[in-house]
Design a protein around this ligand. Structure first.
Ligand SMILES: Nc1ncnc2c1ncn2[C@@H]1O[C@H](COP(=O)(O)OP(=O)(O)OP(=O)(O)O)[C@@H](O)[C@H]1O
Ligand SMILES: [Mg+2]
Length: 259
């Protein structure tokens, strides 16, 4: 597999990324290539910088006061940290799904319609209806909600809410989907649905997922990065990370011998 992968150009290239919250350094000199239409998992103990790293990929840390980012992140060869990079475009191309489903207090329909309306992606109601149906089909929610589109999003189960949040991201036609522990608030069946969905979505999208669940990382991802104290200790094929990692620290972590 490694030989084939070398022929694919990365969609994201992270170079010399250092990130600080005030005087505290949260990420130390990270380098990473993320391949398109693959799943990259980020693992590591609590507080090691996984969410911070994920937020760097669509500049969500910009909103945190005192946050300073040094280095470069190229999205298809353009540095998203260059001063003239269009932030609205970045957030459209690189969407985010959070640990706790966070639908808007609106109808199911309006939740998915939000992005396309704001960005002016559609010119009439028929196009919008089509886009909403397509996004809900892609997020494996359509059959559950097609007769309830005007109901409040909070009438859905937690797992359905999370798939609604995924539909909301898909509706703006992104290239990359960032997921920060997207299933950790869900029961095993809802978790399974999210994992199946990730498997389906990677045919078309690039997915970067943070997870605390080693089995989940091993099941859903093609590549895995192990973070520890703000450093990317090891990044490799998922099968290699979980069977014969290069670093002892990685082995200690994945075998559960570290807290
Ligand atoms: N908004 C913030 N302001 C200041 N420090 C922060 C902020 N967010 C995170 N940190 C610090 O940055 C470091 C990395 O945190 P981060 O949330 O990225 O870790 P994580 O790997 O996602 O952890 P977890 O697995 O618990 O979600 C921690 O030391 C944390 O306390
Ligand atoms: Mg986190």
């Amino acid at each position: 597999m490694a030989e084939i992968e070398k022929a694919i150009q990365p969609i994201i290239q992270v170079r010399n990324l250092n990130m600080f919250y005030g005087l505290t350094q949260a990420l130390i000199d990270i380098q990473m290539d993320i391949l398109p239409r693959h799943v990259t998992a980020l693992i590591g103990p609590s507080g090691c910088g996984k969410s911070t790293f994920l937020r760097c990929l669509n500049r969500m840390n910009d909103r945190i006061s005192g946050a300073i980012v040094r280095g470069e992140i190229f999205l298809e060869r353009t540095n998203i940290y260059s001063p003239d990079y269009d932030l609205a475009l970045l957030r459209q191309r690189v969407g985010m799904v959070f640990q706790k489903p966070n639908p808007f207090p609106q109808t199911i329909y309006d939740n998915v319609a939000f992005g396309p309306r704001v960005l002016g992606l559609v010119s009439n109601k028929i196009e919008l209806d089509d886009l909403i149906e397509k996004s809900l089909i892609q997020s494996a929610l359509w059959s559950d909600v097609k007769d309830h589109l005007k109901e409040d999003a909070f009438s859905l189960s937690l797992g359905q809410q999370q798939r609604l949040c995924i539909a909301r991201v898909l509706a703006v036609q992104p290239d990359v989907i960032l997921m920060d522990e997207p299933a950790s608030a869900l029961d095993p069946i809802a978790t399974q649905k999210i994992e199946d969905l990730i498997d389906e979505l990677k045919k078309q999208y690039t997915i970067v997922i943070v997870t605390h669940n080693m089995q989940q990382a091993a099941r859903v991802s093609d590549f895995t990065g192990f973070f520890w104290l703000g450093e990317l200790v090891e990044f490799s094929d998922t099968s290699k990370i979980f069977t014969q990692p290069d670093k002892e620290l990685t082995e200690t972590y994945i075998t559960g011998r570290m807290g």
